[in-house]
Ligand binder design. Sequence first.
Ligand code: NAP
Length: 249
Amino acid sequence: MSGFKDKVVLVTGGSRGIGRACAVAFAKAGASTVVISYAGNEAAANETVGMLQAAGAKAEAVKFDVADTAAGASAIDTVVKTHGRLDVLVNNAGVAVDGLVMRMKDEDWDKQLDTNLKGAFALIRAASRPMMKQRGGAIINITSVVGEMGNGGQAAYSASKAGLIGLTKSVARELASRNIRVNAVSPGFIGTDMTSYLSDELRQKMVDGIPLGRLGNAEEVAGAVLFLAGDAASYITGEVLKVNGGMYM
Ligand code: NAP
């Protein structure tokens, strides 16, 4: 498949989980260059780079905290200078710090909002300039079912992910005239490190509320991301595509 031939793709949080699956899917779909970012897990990032190279892509891993807006802008700048363009940005990096609002510390609130929402904003701001010059691009933000339906114990996470939906729709309107499409993918419960802490009991309770009767896997989310990034979605912008096994319709 060569749908992404000559395309340069940046996936944040590509060292593990959903981000890794997205990066590998782009490489397998023929993207010439796939850059992943990570926060600190260098071994996992290097492993992803190996997988991308094995799939035939030029690959590189860059370390920066997406909550650091200057670092994000500089990373986008370097990608464009090094690889000549940026066609697809996937804002996937995210964190969840669970806890009830009445006990939540300011720093836990800030960490989730800064990483999940402000980070995406800063990278979109930085990517929009080169994409406008190219008169084309695709941005996909990874939100969450929790941003759509709320979840006790995840108020900050939910607020950050709901914010991403508003950001997606607003930027989609701002950039549409330049042929830049901005969409979101909203996963349900996906089997990654982020959900590995769940007890068997809690996991079963979750599964009981999912019509398809199981957790999703990262590759199933990557499929939706690839669809929205590619030509098959050329008339889709401002959309939130649910990948949740039917748990929220
Ligand atoms: P994960 O396995 O925990 O991986 C998180 C990724 O984000 C890692 O690559 C991590 O880098 C990176 N990261 C975390 N904080 C960062 C920061 N401050 N700066 C830069 N990179 C950072 O998570 P996942 O389950 O794949 O989730 C990926 C995205 O999907 C997140 O936005 C998450 O909210 C969303 N999502 C997940 C689920 C689910 O059920 N798993 C459901 C809905 C939405 P390191 O490897 O260096 O730590």
